[in-house]
Write a protein that binds this ligand. Structure first.
Ligand code: OAD
Length: 259
C-alpha cells in the first residue's frame, strides 16, 4: 500500500514537472471525468451505459429512423440525468489549470456542460451537447438547431415537430455512431493537439476515433502525454506519465503540485 502511494506521489510530481516546463497544454476528456458527478460512463463493465443498452438501437441514424420515439425518450432520459449534476473536483482542478496556461483548450467527448460549469472557458464538444436539439433532416442547413423551450409539445409523444419543416424530426444535438464529427471543431482539436507541448488525457477508454487519435498527434509533434485514469486504456501505451486513480482525486493533487 505504501509502495503504491509513493508511486502515485512520484507520478504526480513527474506530471507537474512536465507541465511546468511546457509553454502550451490542452486536455482530452471523456466520460470518466464526469463519473464522480454521477454521470455513468459508457463502457464500465457493470454500470456503463453500453453494458445496459445496445448503442445500435439508440445511438445511430438508423435507430432513429426505425424507432424515433425510443431514441427520443432515451436522450430525454439522459438529458434529465445530467440536468442537475454538478462539477466534481476533477472538473474544478482542470479549470484551475487555466491560471498556468492561456489558452488552455479542453477538447471533450462529453455531452454534458460540467467543464463550463466548473469555469473552463475554452471547451470544444466533439460529440455535441445533450441539452441542445436539431432537426434530423437538417432541413435549414447543417446543423438546423432548434430551441425546444420555444415550442409546445407533449414530451411523451416522441420527437416534436421541427418548426421549419413540420416533420416530427427533432433529436438531441449529439453525434451518433456513423455520423461525422463537426468539421470545424475536429480541425481545431487536431490543430491544438498537434501544437501542444503536453496533453492531459482524462477519463477516456480511447476506443472511439477520431477523438482517440488526438493524443498521438501531440506525441508526433514532440509533446508529452499525461494520462489520468484508474484503469488501463488505449492511451496508456503512449502515456509518458500515468496518474492511476479517479480524476477527482488525482487532478486536485496535480494542481497542488503545480504550486
Ligand atoms: P468510456 O466509457 O469508453 O470510458 C470511460 C473511461 O473512464 C474508462 O477508461 C474508465 O477507466 C475511466 N474512468 C472511470 N472512472 C473514472 C474516474 N473516476 N476518473 C477518471 N477516469 C475514470 O467513455 P469515453 O472514452 O468517453 O460517444 O467514450 C467515448 C465515446 O464513446 C463517448 O463520447 C460516446 C461513446 O459511445 C458517442 O456517443 C458518440
Amino acid at each position: 500500500m505504501q509502495g503504491k502511494i509513493d508511486m502515485t506521489q512520484a507520478a504526480i510530481q513527474q506530471a507537474a514537472a512536465i507541465l511546468k516546463a511546457a509553454d502550451s497544454a490542452c486536455v482530452l476528456s471523456g466520460a470518466g471525468v464526469s463519473k464522480e458527478s454521477g454521470v455513468p460512463t459508457f463502457r464500465d463493465a457493470q454500470e456503463g451505459l453500453w453494458a445496459k443498452y445496445d448503442p445500435t438501437e439508440l445511438a445511430t441514424p438508423n435507430a432513429y429512423r426505425k424507432n424515433p420515439k425510443l431514441v427520443w425518450d432515451w436522450y430525454e432520459f439522459r438529458r434529465g440525468m445530467v440536468a442537475d449534476v454538478k462539477p466534481n473536483p476533477g472538473h474544478i482542478a482542470l479549470a484551475a489549470l487555466e491560471k498556468h496556461f492561456s489558452p488552455f483548450p479542453i477538447i471533450t467527448q462529453n455531452v454534458d456542460d460540467l467543464h463550463e460549469q466548473a469555469g473552463s472557458t475554452s471547451v470544444t464538444h466533439l460529440h455535441g451537447n445533450i441539452a441542445g436539439h436539431k432537426c434530423f433532416h437538417d432541413c435549414h442547413g447543417k446543423p438546423t438547431r432548434v430551441d425546444i423551450r420555444t415550442l409546445e409539445f407533449d414530451p411523451d409523444d416522441g420527437p416534436p415537430e421541427c418548426p421549419h419543416c413540420g416533420r416530427k424530426s427533432l433529436r438531441a444535438d449529439v453525434v451518433w455512431f456513423g455520423e461525422m464529427l463537426p468539421e470545424d471543431d475536429l480541425a481545431y482539436a487536431m490543430h491544438v493537439c498537434a501544437e501542444s507541448d503536453v496533453i492531459i488525457v482524462v477519463g477516456t477508454s480511447g476506443l472511439v476515433t477520431p477523438a482517440a487519435s488526438l493524443p498521438r498527434l501531440t506525441k508526433e509533434g514532440g509533446g508529452k502525454v499525461i494520462e489520468v485514469n484508474p484503469d488501463y486504456s488505449m492511451i496508456t501505451r503512449i502515456a509518458d506519465v500515468k496518474l492511476e486513480g479517479p480524476s477527482g482525486d488525482m487532478l486536485p493533487k496535480l494542481v497542488a503540485a503545480m504550486g
